[in-house]
Design a protein around this ligand. Structure first.
Ligand SMILES: Cc1ncc(COP(=O)(O)O)c(C=O)c1O
Length: 427
């Protein structure tokens, strides 16, 4: 008789894992407060009202900015409507534009590079370390040209690349650093430095799937006063803090966050530390449980880090140790056991059709100062590790699964061991 649930056996579990997002009475109360106040916009708290003494305190968005900066241990936070918007602002604030190149990882979400391309600069990809899935800092120098203007390290999954090496390189070659910390809320080094507080600028996402969320939302973080002022202005149609309302001194956008988002994030922020601790504890327990399982290994975590967001728990799958059973089959079998997992990206970023459709005609801004276009397909020759991990060798466990109990971790491990024991049923 079949043992595996995919073949009709009894599943390891039927109970769902914790849902996401998590909210309660406080969120309800704060959202209703905003609703009933009629102040749904951060500038509904106008200077006139402040002067009249009718309004006490700051808008929710401003309160959130202060609180998030404090929690994340950076001097400034500028809240915006998405992580992608935060990236656009960073690229604009640092003066990246036509003719420039920006070095980043090919194992990330498209937003990391779309901000570069939207400014007619070009991303240059450096391979990942297959053990950490982070950009291999030792390969960055080889990719630097006279056009390189910045590096965008991504703290993918809440693990960090070697930021010391990256900062050392940035100083040596006078490059700017934008940390894509979309996954790295409440992530700190042991020495106190924080994700989003090491480079010139950092960004966070508060989109629904993220560890801190308001459905949509984002933030820029920086310790630089001038970049903070500039980011504020770029978010707000190129206004200046001391300028008139209809006075615009530079190009910009409306990328503001609403008061509903601000209020929601302030309450969600109160849950962040505890949730991070639960994820870390459960992750460590799961890793311990999986230690005798052949062919499935967790990625290496940065030993300098004190906290990990585990936005994703990443496991490496070695099909050669599983009789070459395709990952897809393993994931389907785990799903049937009641354990939803994902394979993540199916190809590195540079294989997206977008890169074939870039305008490299002679009068295109992408060609400024450049003799030849970049052939993005060629990165497959220098980024062999990322090519490999995307070919059915990666398992993502989304963070909500780590928010449950010890028993939940035992079930995940049991699912894997059950598949292993009954491997013949998968052939
Ligand atoms: C690594 C990374 N950077 C940036 C973003 C963009 O964030 P948002 O969806 O808030 O625009 C995401 C979103 O998934 C992401 O995963």
């Amino acid at each position: 008789m079949a043992k595996l649930a995919i073949n009709g056996g009894k599943p390891v579990r039927k109970k769902p894992f914790p849902g996401w997002p998590i909210f309660g009475k406080e969120e309800e109360r704060e959202i209703l407060k905003v609703l009933r106040s009629g102040k749904w916009w951060m500038y509904a708290y106008s200077p006139i009202e402040f002067a009249s003494g009718k309004v006490k305190g700051l808008s929710y968005v401003e309160k959130f900015e202060r609180k998030f900066a404090e929690v994340q241990k950076v001097k400034h936070c500028i809240a915006v409507n998405s992580g992608s918007s935060a990236l656009e602002i960073c690229v604009r604030a640092l003066g990246i534009g036509p003719g420039d190149e920006v070095i980043t990882t090919p194992y990330t979400f498209i937003a990391t590079v779309m901000c570069v391309l939207n400014h007619y600069a070009l991303p240059v990809f450096v391979d990942i370390d297959p053990e950490t899935y982070q950009i291999d800092a030792n390969k960055i120098e080889e990719a630097i040209t006279e056009r390189t203007k910045a590096i965008i390290p991504v703290h993918f999954s809440g693990n960090m690349p070697d930021m010391d090496k990256i900062m050392e390189i940035s100083k040596k070659y006078n490059l700017k650093v934008i940390e894509d910390a979309a996954h790295a809320h409440y992530v700190f080094y042991k020495d106190g430095r924080s994700a989003g507080g090491i480079g010139d600028m950092g960004i966070f996402s508060f989109q629904q799937s993220k560890n801190l969320t308001a459905g949509e939302g984002g933030a820029i973080t920086t310790n630089d006063d001038k970049l903070a002022e500039l980011s504020w202005s770029l978010r707000h149609y190129g206004r200046e803090k001391n300028g008139l309302w209809y006075e615009h001194v530079r190009l910009g956008w409306n990328l503001r966050m609403s008061e509903f988002q601000g209020a929601l994030l302030l309450t969600q922020l109160k849950r962040l530390k505890k949730q991070t601790e639960i994820r870390m504890k459960n992750y460590n327990y799961l890793v311990e449980l999986l230690k005798d399982l052949p062919g499935i290994k967790p990625i290496k975590l940065n030993p300098k880090q004190k906290t990990f967001s585990h936005h994703l728990a990443i496991l490496r799958y070695f099909p050669e140790e599983w009789d070459n059973i395709p990952l897809e089959k393993i994931l389907k079998a785990m799903e049937a056991e009641g354990i939803p997992l994902s394979s993540g990206y199916l190809y590195p970023l540079y294989h997206n059709p977008l890169f074939k459709n870039l305008d490299f005609s002679s009068d295109s801004p992408f060609m400024k100062g450049r003799k030849n276009p970049i052939d993005y397909e060629k990165f497959k020759e220098t980024c062999k590790n990322v090519e490999e991990v995307c070919k059915g060798r990666t398992i993502w466990i989304v963070h909500r699964l780590l928010l449950g109990t010890k028993k939940d971790m035992e079930d995940i491990a049991e699912g894997f061991y059950k598949l292993r024991k009954n491997i013949d049923e998968l052939k």
